[in-house]
Design a protein around this ligand. Structure first.
Ligand code: FAD
Ligand code: NAI
Length: 465
């Protein structure tokens, strides 16, 4: 007998779970309050990467003069750019709606809340619908955090959503928060022509990421003319004469930055408001997440949680993986979330990517480890692409040679990280990577050389004994 399953939320966690449930013969209904595809496809991963690609193309076109190629009268038509981006979002979300339809998964557009552990009430524009399920999967995602004094009005103060549908390119953009979104979108606006100031509370950009890689990003921000003010807090702002006067507190005291646009990106928090969790015997933890076991079950056995609502890291691919696990478990298969690592990719300039432990985390865990690095400046392929900033750093267990972490900054590293993630999942050693023939001339050779560098044997850099 197929199980009746209700999936609440059609983001990359929820829709992936629903499709897999249907593939496994279960009877699934999806409830979605706003948009099929969730944050990721509509106002997150996809539209941001589309706009970032446009910024990158502009800046590449400027740099091409070094190759003897010049462009005249380069301009951005922001309306057309936003329309192009919306077209990509439309194709992808339409594709997901089509896949759900082909799998015979009905999508009820409305806001779901739990009545008890088997009943979901959906408020739709035409009234209420009651759905009964053997199992319920909660995939309600996350929303951006607002800080005092900077309520999102998507006019003077943008969240990432406002920043992805601009009416014009700001002359001077102040970004609050130098994390994933702040740097990705801050750099994009710089490339499209804005002056950009990033205010970051901690002593450096991208807290928690491998510091050797972050240093390359910080240097690149400087080169691009993005001002990064660290240990700086935004206190509030006044808007007069078409300008916003942002009051900031730094180590040196208080100051004001004058700009015409503020973008606040200080993190996201799990979203479960109005879901009626208590009616099913559930409650979120202090950070707003729903605790789950390795089968993605909450403490109520027939209710599962996946994606951003189920804990860090709040990344689309982690949510999708959890969706696949929950679907398999509901369908009666033996499965569990046992990923050894979750890769992270940051579309800065240059790009950054990492998987596994950082050096700092190895130290905290008291591990004995060795590292090897290879700079893209020594890669023929990076040179031919005119993108030599950055490096690949590998961290391995000093005794077993097993790869513990790989951190990269440089050209196309958001693609290159897949090999490192596979290596860690397979329990590979640095020697395994070093012995694997990598095609020449390609960027992945840098990973092979970093693996060789762990043993002091990198061929294309001189390593002092
Ligand atoms: P969501 O995508 O948030 O989907 C949840 C869905 O549930 C939403 O559609 C919502 O409307 C619906 N919902 C909520 N409550 C209810 C309810 N009561 N009833 C019915 N429906 C409900 N991650 C990456 O891995 N790579 C990236 O490059 C990346 N870029 C990003 C860029 C930006 C600007 C942002 C904001 C995020 C980015 N992320 C990225 C993060 C990524 O978008 C999230 O991790 C991912 O969307 C989480 O998926 P989810 O399915 O858990 O939740
Ligand atoms: P974030 O957690 O990445 O960064 C927030 C930054 O704001 C941190 O550096 C923090 O120190 C700083 N901060 C916090 N409060 C502050 C304050 N009052 N003043 C100044 N700085 C302050 O959060 P972000 O950028 O909003 O992104 C949210 C999440 O979305 C990410 O953590 C990630 O999970 C996901 N995401 C993933 C992307 C990717 O995979 N490429 C891209 C964009 C988002």
């Amino acid at each position: 007998m197929p199980r009746k399953v209700i999936v609440i939320g059609a983001g990359p966690a929820g829709y992936v779970c629903a499709i897999r449930l249907a593939q496994l013969g279960q009877e699934v209904t999806v409830v979605e309050k706003e948009y099929v595809g969730g944050v990721c496809l509509n106002v997150g991963c996809i539209p941001s990467k589309a706009m970032i690609a446009a910024g990158a193309l502009m800046s590449r076109a400027h740099e091409a003069s070094a190759m003897g190629i010049t462009f005249k009268d380069m301009k951005v038509d922001i309306g057309k750019l936003v329309e192009w981006k919306a077209g990509i979002v439309g194709k992808l979300t339409g594709g997901i709606a089509g896949l759900l339809k082909n799998h015979k998964v009905p999508v009820v557009m409305g806001t779901a809340s739990l009545k008890d552990k088997n009943t979901v009430v959906v408020k739709t524009k035409d009234g209420e619908q009651i759905l009964k399920g053997d199992d319920i999967v909660i995939a309600t995602g996350s929303i951006p955090i607002e800080i005092p004094g900077f309520a999102f009005d998507e006019d003077k103060v943008w969240s990432s959503t406002g920043a992805l549908r601009p009416k014009k390119i700001p002359e001077h953009l102040v970004v609050i928060g130098g994390g994933y979104i702040g740097l990705e979108l801050g750099i994009m606006y710089r490339k499209l022509g804005s002056k950009v100031t990033v205010l970051e509370a901690t002593p450096g950009a991208l807290p928690g990421q491998e510091r050797d890689c972050v240093r390359v990003i910080e240097r690149s921000l400087k080169k691009m003319g993005v001002e990064l003010l660290t240990e700086t807090m935004a206190q509030g702002f006044e808007h007069k004469g078409g300008k916003s006067y942002v009051r900031i507190k730094t180590k040196k005291g208080e100051d004001t930055v004058v700009c015409d646009q503020v973008l606040s990106t200080v993190g996201r928090r799990p979203f479960s408001a109005g879901l009626g969790l208590e009616k099913a015997g559930l409650a979120v933890d202090a950070k707003g997440f729903l605790a789950v076991d390795k089968h993605m079950r909450t403490k109520v056995a027939n209710i599962y949680a996946i994606g951003d609502i189920a804990g860090q890291p709040m990344l689309a691919h982690k949510g999708s993986k959890e969706g696949l696990v929950a679907a398999a478990v509901i369908a009666g298969q033996k499965d569990e979330y046992d990923a050894r690592c979750v890769p992270a990719v940051i579309f800065t300039s240059p790009e950054m990517a990492s998987v596994g432990l950082t050096e700092e985390q190895c130290k905290e865990k008291g591990l004995t480890y060795k590292t090897g690095s290879f700079p893209f400046a020594a890669s023929g392929r990076a040179m031919s692409l005119m993108e030599t900033d950055g490096m690949v750093k590998m961290i391995v267990d000093a005794k077993t040679d097993e790869i513990l972490g790989v951190h990269m900054v440089g050209p196309e590293v958001t693609e290159l990280i897949a090999e490192a993630a596979l290596a860690i999942e397979m329990g590979a050693t640095a020697e395994d990577i070093a012995r694997t023939i990598h095609a020449h001339p390609t960027l992945p050779e840098a990973l092979m050389e970093a693996a060789e560098a762990v043993h002091g044997m990198a061929v294309h850099i001189y390593q002092k004994k």
